[in-house]
Design a protein around this ligand. Structure first.
Ligand SMILES: NC(=O)c1ccc[n+]([C@@H]2O[C@H](COP(=O)([O-])OP(=O)(O)OC[C@H]3O[C@@H](n4cnc5c(N)ncnc54)[C@H](O)[C@@H]3O)[C@@H](O)[C@H]2O)c1
Length: 250
């Protein structure tokens, strides 16, 4: 897989799955814009790791749920590399609570960071991709957006929204050389899932057919494939990277 000459923006890539995606795309030759909001790990640390591999990257702090921040993120990308070929909508948060205890604030926060950001970032890059007749948009949905989960109504709604958005935009831009796909990870070992109680983790492993949580690397490999030249005829798809979870429920 060769992504030399490609420029990728990976949102929320200061840690976790986003970091693994940024490292993988860089390893495949892409110049990577490492974005994060900075309340986890500042994106500069990941840029350092990429540069240590002898590859190219810049850090841009931006809140992807803010239209003005997203405009700045894309401006900085164009200023640094003159083009944008790959957008990975990875930034996400969860604010889990049963519906009757879920505040409007927690609903709005998750919908803004996990779904509105996908609309803002995609809209901000798609014109540039269509003009160059080449683009890849890959968004992180979740198995929870497909089958639902107790205590995650906001997160499930946002992740299901990404699926509808992906299929709609895939149809809008297919004739412009731009593919639009989503990944639906199952339970992946990151800070987002590390907070789960050990007892709950043991129970979850019982419903994952392969018997283990996935790694950020598992997701990054799938993203890199969808970003590649070789995936040019794949669009509007939702690819499960879930150890068989969705298959065992649907
Ligand atoms: N870990 C899992 O099991 C799992 C499963 C399915 C889907 N996902 C999805 O994969 C993506 C990455 O998850 P992760 O486990 O690496 O999570 P994580 O919490 O480890 O990383 C998310 C990153 O997004 C950043 N971020 C949050 N709000 C932001 C904003 N407004 N602007 C820019 N960056 C922001 C955070 O600072 C953090 O660095 C998320 O969209 C998540 O919903 C994760």
């Amino acid at each position: 897989m060769d992504l030399a000459t490609r420029v990728a923006i990976v949102t929320g890539s200061g840690r976790g799955i986003g970091r693994a995606i940024a490292l993988k795309l860089a390893q495949a030759g892409a110049a990577v814009v490492v974005n994060d909001i900075g309340d986890a790990k500042p994106p500069e640390a990941v840029v350092k790791e990429i540069k240590a591999m002898g590859k190219e990257a810049v850090a841009v702090m931006a809140d992807v749920s803010s239209a003005s921040d997203v405009a700045r993120l894309v401006e900085k990308t164009l200023a640094a590399y003159k083009r944008v070929d790959i957008l990975v909508n990875n930034a996400g948060v969860n604010r889990d609570q049963l519906l009757l205890r879920m505040s409007e604030e927690d609903w709005d926060k998750v919908l803004a960071v996990d779904l509105k950001s996908v609309f803002l970032c995609t809209k901000a890059v798609v014109r540039h991709m269509a003009k160059q007749h080449w683009g890849r948009i890959i968004s992180l949905s979740s198995v929870v957006g497909i089958v639902g989960n107790k205590g995650q109504a906001n997160y499930a709604a946002a992740k299901a929204g990404i699926i509808g958005f992906t299929r709609a935009i895939a149809k809008e831009v297919a004739s412009h050389g731009v593919t639009v796909n989503a990944i639906a990870p199952g339970f992946i070992d990151t800070e987002m899932t590390r907070g789960l109680k050990e007892e709950w983790r043991r129970e979850l492993k019982k419903i994952i057919p392969v018997g283990e949580f996935g790694s950020p690397r598992d997701v990054a490999e799938a993203v890199a494939f969808l970003a590649s030249e070789e995936a040019q005829y794949i669009t509007g798809q939702i690819l499960g990277v879930d150890g068989g979870m969705a298959a065992s429920w649907l």
